[in-house]
Design a protein around this ligand. Structure first.
Ligand SMILES: [Zn+2]
Length: 352
């Protein structure tokens, strides 16, 4: 939640503009113009009610509520040509132009809430969707390092409001501006500072991140893995059930490594994840999603060599038959930017 005045003001203006554009048909004309013979690929992550969620460790940037998701799907069903991945690939391979207002719905990471909250809605509206799996997390109790670190920093901030013991121990490995922010009483300040710190670590190799997390777990005497109730990612049974109901699956690597940072492991991450999903589903896996959206020419060549037909990044944009098949843009969908239909449509129209 954001409470600082700047954001609220900006958010209120966006609501007003989006509402006016939507009501007068401007958004819909922009959409028709920009998506003439083009497709948009939407990128969802978690479909979860933030307030009902027992753990509050995932970034706001990767969440929408089930209610918001239902409104999105209803709007897409009424206004867009929703494509299964096979058809999407067909257009790119054959150069046959997309139908106006084509759309592919994707999800990254294979969160359990996709099965629990998104799957029933996708079935209800008969919307084909594509879910990218980081294979080592599926059917396990593991958690991403981002959530583990966020949990520890939030625990530290809570304790620090009463005593400064842990601050001194954590001083060794946390930057001073983060410590200052964690000491501040306003939780929203903490959230923003924690997100910024996590983002800054994304160019750090996994081994060093794990060392930091181990040390902070020692300082806190706890960890997210100890506290969470059950898995946060789907099981292979969930994956198979969804696959039988028409949901498609792609690869998101094995360990969710950022491939440009762990380049030595890239080939294994790309090829092995494909084999694992194919064995589980007895179905070919043709789509790859770069973890965190990071790739370079070398990585995209490895994806191509492994036999994928398409690979997706995290940069917003529209797709036509000239698009590089191994650098396909996606528009991220998050609650704060899309909580009403006018805001959602404005996001699809790239008004901001
Ligand atoms: Zn991911």
């Amino acid at each position: 939640m954001y409470w600082n005045k700047g954001f609220n003001y900006k958010h209120a203006i966006r609501h007003l503009i989006a509402g006016a554009f939507f009501a007068t048909g401007i958004t819909s004309s922009i959409l028709r113009h920009r998506l003439h013979r083009k497709a948009i690929v939407l990128m969802y992550h978690r479909v979860v009610d933030r307030n009902a969620s027992s753990e509050d460790t995932s970034s706001n940037a990767i969440q929408v509520s089930p209610d918001t998701f239902r409104h999105h799907m209803q709007y897409l069903k009424d206004n867009f040509n929703l494509l299964p991945i096979s058809e999407f690939i067909h257009h790119l391979v054959t150069d046959e132009p997309f139908t106006d207002l084509s759309c592919l719905v994707t999800f990254d990471d294979g969160w359990l809430d996709n099965y629990e909250n998104a799957f029933p809605i996708l079935k209800e509206f008969q919307i084909p969707a594509l879910i990218f799996l980081p294979t080592d997390f599926i059917g396990s109790n593991q958690v991403f390092w981002q959530e583990r670190l966020s949990y520890l920093l939030k625990s530290i901030a809570r304790v620090w409001r009463h005593t400064n013991t842990q601050f001194q121990m954590a001083d060794n490995i946390l930057p001073s501006h983060l410590i200052e922010n964690l000491k501040s009483a306003a939780p929203n300040h903490c959230d923003e500072a924690i997100s910024a710190y996590i983002a800054s670590l994304k160019s750090t190799i996994q081994h060093e991140i794990e060392q930091k997390i181990d040390y902070l777990s020692y300082v806190c005497g706890t960890s997210l893995e100890q506290e969470q109730n059950g898995p946060v990612f789907m099981s292979w049974d969930h994956v198979r059930e969804m696959s039988e109901a028409g949901i498609s699956f792609g690869s998101h690597g094995v360990h969710h490594y950022i491939l440009t940072v762990e380049e030595h492991a890239a080939e294994y991450e790309i090829t092995s994840s494909k084999t694992i999903i194919q064995q589980a589903l007895q179905h070919s896996v043709d789509a790859f999603s770069y973890p965190n959206g990071n790739y370079n020419q070398n990585i995209s060549k490895l994806v191509q060599k492994a036999g994928y037909s398409v690979a997706f990044n995290t940069v917003p944009g529209y797709i036509d038959t000239n698009t590089d098949r191994f650098g396909i843009n996606r528009t991220n969908i998050q609650e704060d930017m899309t909580s009403t239909l006018p805001l959602f449509a404005a996001r699809l129209a790239a008004i901001w």
